[in-house]
Design a binder for this molecule. Structure first.
Ligand code: MGD
Ligand code: MGD
Ligand code: SF4
Ligand code: MO
Length: 700
């Protein structure tokens, strides 16, 4: 009898449902030991993308680390026994704590960790290490959208509605999202709106998603990179000036409209056209479509959020949605598309530097008392807020900064902004520890590397982009020599004489997480592995005794008075002046075949065969000006770094703009060029734009 396991994809937040079926491993053929098939589920409807189809390859990969590695006196990483590696690690942590204090140990988590691991990591940092210095890669991903939603709605659930609500949409405005490459099965939910001619994609590139608007299926709006805030202020100006909205409803459900009206007054259409390059006629057309009163959605992605003004831009999108009444209108909505597999759950359970489980604030005395009670410690012994990711990494060079970093589920040597500087800093740490399945670029720099289980080798839960909590299931035994992260936390906690429990069983950790979250914004207290195994629809908030909440905003906003906050925002100077003369604006993003830093997908032969090397996209005229043709090599440079890439010319990009994906390594890392300036509210880095010069590379 074949035993099938019903689980979900290891990669992105769509968390497509899949079935894993064992097959005899034929070492010679190199075929994976599990076959993957798409499974019917409301989000992916049986579909998977290339990354999902090939995901099981990595379970059997020769590149897997199967024993702890410790750097020896010659600077080489050499295999070690688990007990020896953990003893050494605990001893080195204690020595650094004795000399430099508890905040000298930093922790860097990931939005791909299960809820159980993310929760336990936050607890481990606060009560086993006693450090405030924990943050995670979600700071690079969701922080601006989260900050804007919390401020406006009092709750941050990426999509506050099930994806299937999109099926009946008549108009969808998507800003800075390329779902055709980043979540391909998502497209089934756009079929209806395309049929209605109402898909509006805002992207400076004619991306694969922007091309879905062709042949009367919608509009592609291509503003100058980094001008979405002005665009949104302009659209709001038109909606207000042309009275395309219901003012009584707006004033009943929100506060701050008068300030908003004043703040958009100066963004008349001609001025917006001048700044963004989007014609006045298009602005008016978009504003009127959004105001039709039919099923209408506004969605944002990283293209508008990953800027030093990302929170304000997301806020401007929310303000437009509020003026139009979308968040509380049944059949319509506002949302952001969460990115990493557990990007939603990963931001709720305490790996953020300012947060305790249940999306509680670490500065709130009641939250501290509740969580300390669950953990069995005194509230006064919990550390206070720490530093967000970019500042955490920068603190390595500061006298009272971190001396050690424990990395769980991220590869910042590729994915952090200004990685040239990050690489230097990590090399200056006294102790770098990385838990991973592979020797990622960050693991390769570590003093201690601990090999962990992969997705199909462990139980747990993930919270997808809709706020739906789903089960990750174990389908195969892990290889000898690797351990679960929950086991590593427990073993280290014991060696560090930590208070509190560190359970090994994911179901028990989940039960504790549920208790810790009770009464918080992200309340999971009514959930358990058993309940999820029964296949119910489980959207948080799911307080004990309730049924879950697929559409939390239809019950009213989560501020005490039940009203949304309209926060007027304005345009501020950019961290780096706009490209002038022969300079170009670099924009960065993703390719269908690769996931994030590429630590996983660069190890899948099929994906590498499809996309094996870095390519820079240039407009043909821009290339010609520099004597470049398709297939040539170009050098991109600025004060921070130099990147070489093969040239691909395309009319899908503006002549003043170039595009690089950030999935590649060494001199092909786009983040050698990005700036570490951050948003003042969310601490999100300016990943999406940088000023570069481009020239032909010397002959090869
Ligand atoms: N294949 C693949 N899929 C993924 C991932 C992956 O690495 N690979 N990662 C997952 C994760 S963690 C995330 S966060 C999501 C991200 O998913 P998306 O947000 O869809 O991904 P990006 O490609 O980063 O950015 C989207 C678009 O923003 C555009 N853009 C750049 N600058 C600007 C700008 O100034 N304004 C506007 N309006 N648009 C701009 C880019 O041209 C790009 O097409 O994808 C998830 N899915
Ligand atoms: N220029 C530019 N830079 C960007 C972006 C961009 O658009 N442009 N996007 C940003 C965004 S949105 C994101 S989300 C980040 C992501 O970038 P990273 O944080 O680097 O994410 P990954 O590449 O997914 O790294 C995950 C690492 O952890 C390992 N891993 C996976 N699961 C687990 C687990 O359960 N436990 C442990 N211990 N390890 C695990 C993987 O093998 C991999 O090495 O990149 C950001 N960087
Ligand atoms: S869209 Fe995302 S979840 Fe679905 S198969 Fe692809 S990577 Fe996996
Ligand atoms: Mo992300």
């Amino acid at each position: 009898m074949t035993i099938e396991t019903h689980t979900h994809c290891p990669y992105c937040a769509l968390q497509c449902a899949m079935t894993l079926t064992p097959r005899a491993l034929d070492a010679a053929s190199g075929e994976p030991s599990l076959t993957v098939t798409g499974r019917s589920f409301p989000t992916n409807r049986g579909g998977l993308c290339k990354k999902g189809w090939t995901s099981s390859t990595l379970l059997d990969s020769d590149d897997r680390i199967r024993t702890p590695l410790v750097r020896d006196d010659n600077g080489e990483l050499v295999p070690a026994e688990w007990s020896a590696a953990l003893d050494l690690l605990a001893q080195r942590i204690r020595a650094l704590q004795d000399e430099h204090g508890r905040d000298s140990i930093g922790v860097f988590g990931g939005g791909g960790l299960t809820n159980e691991k993310a929760y336990q990591l936050g607890k481990f940092a606060r009560i086993a290490l006693g450090t405030s210095r924990i943050d995670y890669n979600g700071r690079f991903c969701m922080s601006s959208a989260a900050a804007a939603a919390n401020r406006a709605f009092g709750i941050d659930r990426g999509l506050p509605f099930p994806l299937t609500d999109l099926d009946a949409a008549k108009t969808v405005l998507m800003l800075g999202s390329n779902v055709a490459e980043t979540m391909p099965p998502f497209l089934s939910h756009l079929a209806g709106v395309r049929g209605a001619g109402g898909l509006i994609i805002v992207d400076p590139r004619r991306s694969a998603t922007a091309r879905l608007t062709e042949e009367g299926q919608g509009i592609h709006v291509a503003p100058a990179p980094g001008t979405d805030l002005e665009l949104l202020l302009g659209l709001t100006h038109i909606v207000i000036a042309e009275r395309l909205f219901d003012i009584a409803g707006l004033e009943e459900h929100s506060t701050g409209f008068d300030d908003l009206r004043r703040s958009v007054a100066a963004w008349w259409p001609a001025r917006v056209q001048q700044v963004t390059g989007v014609p006045v006629t298009v602005l008016r057309d978009v504003a009127r479509r959004l105001s039709s009163g039919e099923e209408t959605f506004i969605l944002t992605g990283r293209g508008v959020e990953q800027h030093a003004n990302g929170t304000d831009t997301a806020t401007a999108a929310i303000n437009l949605a509020l003026v139009l009444g979308l968040p509380t209108r049944p059949g319509s909505g506002y949302g952001t598309l969460t990115g990493q597999g557990n990007g939603q759950g990963g931001r709720e359970h305490g790996q953020k530097c300012d947060q305790l489980p249940g999306y509680r604030k670490i500065t709130d005395p009641a939250a501290r008392a509740h969580v300390a009670g669950v953990w069995g410690v005194r509230a006064e012994d919990l550390p206070g807020p720490g530093l967000p990711a970019v500042q955490l990494l920068a603190s390595i060079d500061e006298p009272d900064g971190i001396r050690a970093l424990l990395v769980h589920g991220s590869n910042p040597v590729i994915s952090a902004p200004d990685v040239g500087a990050v690489r230097g800093r990590l090399a200056r740490l006294n102790l770098l520890v990385v838990c991973d399945f592979f020797l990622s670029e960050t693991a390769a720099m570590a003093d201690i590397v601990l090999p962990v289980t992969q997705w199909a080798e462990e139980e747990g839960t993930m919270t997808n982009l809709e706020g739906r909590v789903i089960r990750r299931r174990r389908a195969v035994d892990p290889p000898d020599g690797v351990r679960s992260e929950l086991w590593i936390f427990a073993e280290l906690a014991r060696r560090l004489d930590a208070p509190g429990r560190f359970d090994l069983e994911p179901a028990l950790v989940f039960d504790e997480l549920a208790r810790a979250s009770a009464g918080g914004v992200a309340d999971y207290s009514g959930l358990s592995h058993d309940l999820l195994d029964d296949g119910g629809e489980a959207y948080w908030p799911y307080p004990s005794g309730s049924e879950g909440t697929p559409r939390p905003l239809l019950d009213g906003y989560r501020h005490p008075d039940g009203r949304a906050r309209i926060v007027p925002v304005s345009v501020a100077p950019r961290p780096e002046s706009t490209a002038t003369g022969s300079q170009l604006t670099l924009i960065t993003g993703r390719l269908l075949e690769h996931y994030q830093s590429g630590a996983q997908t660069r190890r899948v032969p099929e994906l590498m065969a499809a996309r094996g090397a870095l390519e820079v996209t240039l407009h043909p005229s821009t290339a010609a000006d520099r004597g470049l043709r398709d297939g040539d090599h170009a050098v991109l440079e600025n004060a921070r770094g130099t990147v070489t890439a093969r040239v691909v010319t395309s009319v899908d990009i503006r002549p003043d703009t170039v595009f690089l994906p950030f999935h590649f390594t060494g001199a092909h890392s786009a983040n050698l060029l990005t700036i570490d300036a951050t948003d003042p509210i969310s601490a999100m880095p300016e990943f999406k734009t940088a000023v570069v010069r481009v020239r032909a590379a010397a002959v090869h």
